[in-house]
Ligand binder design. Structure first.
Ligand SMILES: Cc1cc2nc3c(=O)[nH]c(=O)nc-3n(C[C@H](O)[C@H](O)[C@H](O)COP(=O)(O)OP(=O)(O)OC[C@H]3O[C@@H](n4cnc5c(N)ncnc54)[C@H](O)[C@@H]3O)c2cc1C
Length: 368
């Protein structure tokens, strides 16, 4: 075997794909019977617009293209494309206007409320408001496509999957679990949120901790149809592609007065739709060394208030609630470590792994 990949989340699968495309024989070792981590708890929202400028945005652009080709090759259903960013606050408009002046604003457009009412009547874009449309985004149903990608890697490239094998140690490229020794020339560790596990010797010097998110699935009335993802003002002070623009400071100061609790809970709105019509809605962000297992109803209520304010959706039923975690704590969106010629460690250290994993894996193999 040429390569052991530890972890069958999207980062591990992305490394398995890129390595297979280079002709390597690949084995994926996963401690659970199936992936149940961040990669299936997320929105399945492949976000380009709003990612941190530079490397993260470039990785997101490249990853989006890989997702697009995987959709046809592996038969992954794209639920919808594009993004509507609703500016409910007047101070959001200068942020969006400044964003459009950057290279990241390419192909994005501002729309008046009258235009939005025609193009996206489901968005609560009241008279005098503005919304930006980005064509770059894709939305997949993660709980369906993650196992599908694994199955397709096995069918298409003969990738070997070892499920329910907790990797305890790596030496050279060889990985040892409680019952097996999996030999390979090289290994890449993609442990996601398991910062204290097999990759601890190399990750311990980074100030990484976990951030916990609350998520909901709601059932809207029959016929309610989103044809793109929706976000609104709070995202403009959270997603660094907007938040690092000087114009975002005035918006942040205003939101600190008007939405202090939402900011304290790290809430911003993302709403996406599934094939059955239900919406995945979130999210909040609370930092933890070890995540608290108890979710807060008050936080969910606040997320749902932002949903009502941003979508023309007065009635819905909450049908699922869950939490997820991802690593954060450092001022970069991913860590790639190269301790020696045989080993790489790849961890996404912000909430953008679905959007950037393929670009990240391309970069790992660029020099390895
Ligand atoms: C609620 C939520 C919403 C999000 N929304 C988005 C979004 O819309 N768009 C976006 O781009 N990103 C989003 N993210 C972030 C994104 O989901 C993550 O960045 C991405 O899934 C990380 O992938 P991963 O493979 O590193 O981690 P994981 O999916 O957690 O996978 C890591 C895998 O490694 C396995 N593992 C760990 N240690 C071992 C070991 N020793 N032996 C064997 N196996 C091991 C674990 O069991 C796990 O299956 C969201 C995250 C969350 C939690």
């Amino acid at each position: 075997m040429d390569l052991n990949v530890v972890g069958a989340g999207i980062v591990g699968l992305a490394h398995a794909l890129i390595a297979s495309q280079k002709g390597l024989r690949v084995r994926v070792i996963e401690k659970d019977h199936r992936c149940v981590g961040a990669s299936i708890r997320n929105f399945g929202f492949i976000t380009v617009t709003g990612q941190r400028s530079g490397l993260t945005w470039q990785r997101a652009m490249r990853s989006r293209d890989v997702w697009q080709s995987l959709a046809s090759e592996a038969g992954l259903r794209i639920e919808h494309c594009g993004l509507w960013m609703l500016a409910r606050q007047a101070l959001s408009v200068p942020v969006l206007e400044a964003f459009l002046q950057t290279e990241m604003g390419s192909s994005c457009e501002l729309h008046t409320s009258a235009q939005v009412q025609v193009k996206a009547p489901w968005l609560r874009c009241e008279d005098g408001m503005t919304a930006m449309y980005s064509p770059h985004e894709l939305r997949f149903e993660s709980s369906i496509v993650i196992p599908r990608i694994a199955a397709w890697l096995q069918e298409r490239y003969g990738v070997e999957f070892q499920w329910a094998q907790d990797a305890l140690e790596v030496q050279g490229g060889t990985v040892r679990t409680a019952t097996h020794r999996f030999e390979a020339e090289r290994a890449v560790l993609c442990p996601g949120t398991y910062l204290n596990g097999i990759a601890r010797p190399w990750l311990k010097d980074f100030a990484l901790h976990l951030t916990r998110l609350q998520m909901l699935r709601v059932r809207p009335p029959t016929g309610f149809k989103l044809d793109a993802a929706a976000m609104s003002d709070l995202s403009l002070v959270r997603y660094l592609g907007y938040a690092k623009l000087p114009q975002a400071q005035a918006l942040l100061a205003h939101l600190q007065q008007t939405e202090a609790q939402s900011l304290a809970d790290g809430i911003h709105l993302i709403a996406v739709q599934s094939e059955d019509g239900s919406l995945v809605v979130g999210d909040s962000h609370h930092p933890h060394a070890t995540p608290d297992p108890f979710s807060s109803d008050a936080v969910d209520a606040l997320i749902l208030r932002h949903l009502r304010q941003s979508l023309r959706l007065d009635q819905f039923e909450v049908i699922q609630r869950w939490t997820g975690v991802y690593p954060t704590g450092i001022d970069q969106d991913a860590v790639i470590l190269s301790p020696d010629d045989q080993l790489r460690i790849a961890v996404v250290s912000s909430g953008c792994g679905a959007s950037t994993a393929f670009g990240l894996a391309q970069d790992v193999f660029q020099t390895w």
